[in-house]
Design a protein around this ligand. Structure first.
Ligand code: GLY
Ligand code: MN
Ligand code: MN
Length: 440
């Protein structure tokens, strides 16, 4: 399996600490276990920031970073080993494992955090944390500070500045290292195989969930623990519902099916959409719409390179889609005016992409100082234009209604332009029809 190497986590902590103000401390909690229903937990997924800095996969843990601290800059609070609990729930690293296997300089039982952490915070001027995203943890931080305040008469010095950690950390996460790109390529490769398998299995009379099962099979077989987000398998008119999740309708002859799905490897997402005819052959209307979306995506790829700004790819898709809709008679008027009035939004109502990384909609600012961010080597993003003709749209001829097409790929910005990570799934009409014909 391809993983982020241990040395990379060390490098990330050092890089973050190098950017923190002098005499400060950063505190980050692990994700909580979420209850699904009585006695059943949701599959555990570590918090992305926590994972990014530690690679530590367990709940009930807190990372503490103290740049310049002589007795160790990285302290991890975690669950202790416990034979009884481990018999039921699985192995724990324990404090020894935190040091031995996860590079902590020091580790303490999470049950001791209220006694120990105020002492680590005391005397530091600034506290970095993800303020506002976890109300319960924010409250704990304040309790620890209040413990110090209550001892002020004894000379204890509480911190006087609270700083949001997000800005530093999320900017780091935006630039993918060589090791991250490797893991993302692997996630993309497995997701490509999953889409190919679903295309090959596609038949009228199956249900959307049958194709979801094909995706899940390839994800799991490839070593992915889970999809990066709820898979969208949307046939017929469901393809016009952007975040469709029901996945239980029948696949009908003559309909398209839109699948938006990607797996996660070592907490790195892939995010692919393909749209194909259930029966393996595009109708003339489906093909006409599909070709516009594909051309708009090609135009967007050309706008992804260092020194291009974030919105250029989106603008390229809007241009091609609007011109294409006018050509088909689905929009009437001057292309530039239709763009200025955003008339295309009746058919294309989302943006052309988002940052991609540990979160499928990854962290990182899209604007800096009010201007669209300029792309740089190592940034990862999706390119996912679409056209969705509502089944209820009375302004267009009936033959167009209910057609929804999205094509989505994942790219990394390179020196020359961009690398497409998800090129392993057929995309042209001819390629898709050939692959599906061969599977019949
Ligand atoms: N799967 C969600 C998205 O494409 O943004
Ligand atoms: Mn997607
Ligand atoms: Mn996406």
């Amino acid at each position: 399996m391809i993983h982020i190497p241990k040395a990379e986590y060390t490098r990330r902590r050092k890089a973050l600490m190098a950017q923190m103000e002098p005499n400060s401390i950063a505190i980050l909690p692990a994700a909580a276990v979420a209850i699904r229903n009585r006695d059943v937990e949701h599959v555990y997924r570590q918090d992305s920031d926590f994972q990014y800095l530690s690679g530590f996969p367990e709940p009930e843990a807190v990372i503490v970073l103290m740049p310049g601290r002589q007795h160790g800059e990285y302290v991890l609070f975690c669950r202790e080993r416990n034979a009884e609990r481990e018999l039921w729930d699985g192995l724990r690293a324990g404090t020894e494992g935190a040091i031995r296997d996860f590079g902590a300089d020091d580790a303490f039982p999470i049950t001791d955090i209220d006694d120990i952490l105020p002492g680590l915070i005391e005397g530091r001027d600034r506290v970095y944390s993800a303020m506002g995203s976890n109300a319960e943890f924010d409250r704990h931080v304040m309790e620890w500070i209040n413990v110090i305040r209550s001892k002020a008469h004894l000379g204890a010095q509480p911190p006087n500045e609270f700083v949001a950690l997000d800005h530093l950390l999320h900017d780091m996460r935006l630039y993918k290292s060589a090791a991250e790109v490797k893991v993302m390529r692997e996630a993309a490769r497995i997701s490509c195989a999953a889409h190919v398998r679903a295309m090959q299995a596609s038949r009228a009379g199956l249900h959307e969930f049958s194709l979801e099962a094909e995706l899940d099979y390839e994800f799991r077989k490839g070593g992915a623990k889970m999809p990066a987000y709820g898979s969208i398998v949307a046939a017929g008119r469901n393809s016009c519902i952007l975040h469709y999740q029901q996945n239980d309708a029948l696949l009908k002859d003559g309909d398209l099916v839109l699948i938006d799905a990607g797996c996660e490897i070592d907490c790195y997402a892939s995010d692919i959409t393909r749209t194909w005819p259930v029966n393996g052959k595009f109708s003339p209307e489906q093909k006409a719409i599909y070709e516009i979306v594909l051309a708009s995506q090609e135009a967007a790829f050309k706008q992804i390179a260092p020194n291009k700004h974030w919105n250029q790819a989106h603008e390229a898709t809007v241009q091609v889609i609007t011109a294409g809709l006018v050509k088909l008679g689905l929009l009437q008027g001057d292309v530039d005016e239709l763009i200025a009035s955003e008339a295309y939004r009746a058919f294309y109502m989302h943006r052309a992409g988002h940052w991609l990384g540990m979160d499928v909609h990854d962290v990182g600012e899209y604007k800096v100082g009010g201007e669209w961010r300029v792309l740089e080597v190592g940034m990862a993003l999706t390119v996912e234009p679409g056209i969705y003709i509502s089944p209820d749209n009375q302004n267009v001829a009936k033959k167009w209604r209910g057609i929804g097409v999205r094509i989505e790929d994942d790219v990394i910005v390179t020196k020359q332009g961009c690398e497409i990570l998800t090129g392993g799934v057929p995309k042209t009409v001819a390629e898709i029809e050939a692959l599906m014909a061969a599977a019949r």
